[in-house]
Design a protein around this ligand. Structure first.
Ligand SMILES: C[S@@+](CC[C@H](N)C(=O)[O-])C[C@H]1O[C@@H](n2cnc3c(N)ncnc32)[C@H](O)[C@@H]1O
Length: 223
């Protein structure tokens, strides 16, 4: 790929790459949603230029994760959770959670993602599913509570530093009167003491290579 040019050029190159090299799959446990997904021949490494210095972020956006799958299933089974509400999907990856919220009738959906390739994927995945999701590029966790009714967080407690920043951000959201739901299969840094179980579903843990097995994962209310 030619990686010269602006970040917008790069996003459009990424979008072309996704359309050419990823497969559209129906989401396990929410097959009404389809996503562009990686497969063994995708060659995702080609998306990160050698001259960029830092190690590329893992392409989490090209996979589905148990935490997102459980939230998506929850919104489709209980659309009242998000219907008519403004939603922020934090750490959106593919956009799965936000897309499910939009399908369930959310009035507006923001999907925040730090990986620019993920931002491109969110736009393509939203279009593929015929819903409006606004992708926001960057890390919102250092900022104030967003102007939304509910923040939804799928599978974001896999790293200690990140979990600390996310928890502090969610604290500010709760203090501002914003509801927070977390979907998670029990990752290492899940803040158990802050969570109350809302629902449990058995979903595939595709992102960790265990697509064939299901794992009980939960939707929690954070408070
Ligand atoms: C394990 S994936 C989960 C993706 C999606 N929520 C799901 O459940 O399918 C975590 C995602 O969060 C993104 N991420 C990590 N830190 C973030 C931050 N501070 N703000 C926004 N996105 C972040 C990563 O790039 C990655 O795409």
């Amino acid at each position: 790929m030619n990686h010269q040019g602006t970040s917008q050029d790069r996003q459009s190159e990424t979008a072309d790459f996704i359309l050419d090299n990823l497969h559209v799959v129906a989401v396990p446990s929410a097959p009404q949603i389809r996503l562009y997904a990686a497969h063994p021949g995708s060659g995702l490494w080609r998306l990160w230029p050698d001259d960029e210095g830092d190690d590329p972020p893992p392409p989490y956006w090209a996979y589905q994760w148990a935490g997102g799958l459980v939230l998506a299933r929850h919104f489709l089974e209980r659309p009242d959770t998000v219907r008519g509400r403004r939603v922020l999907d934090l750490g959106a990856g593919s956009g799965l959670v936000g897309i499910a919220a939009a399908m369930a009738g959310a009035s507006a959906v923001l999907a925040a993602e730090v990986d620019r390739n993920g931002v491109a994927a969110i736009g393509l995945n939203a279009t593929l599913n015929g819903v409006d999701v606004t992708a926001v590029s960057g890390d919102l966790t250092g900022g104030p509570a967003p102007e939304v009714d509910i923040v939804v967080v799928g599978d974001l407690f896999y790293d200690a530093d990140l979990a600390e920043r996310v928890t502090a951000f969610l604290d500010r959201c709760v203090a501002a009167g914003v509801e927070v739901l977390v979907g998670d299969p029990g990752r290492a840094h899940l803040p158990h003491a802050r969570l109350q179980l809302v629902a449990e579903y058995a979903v595939a843990d595709v992102g960790t290579g265990h697509a064939a097995t299901t794992k009980p994962s939960a939707v929690f209310s954070f408070g």
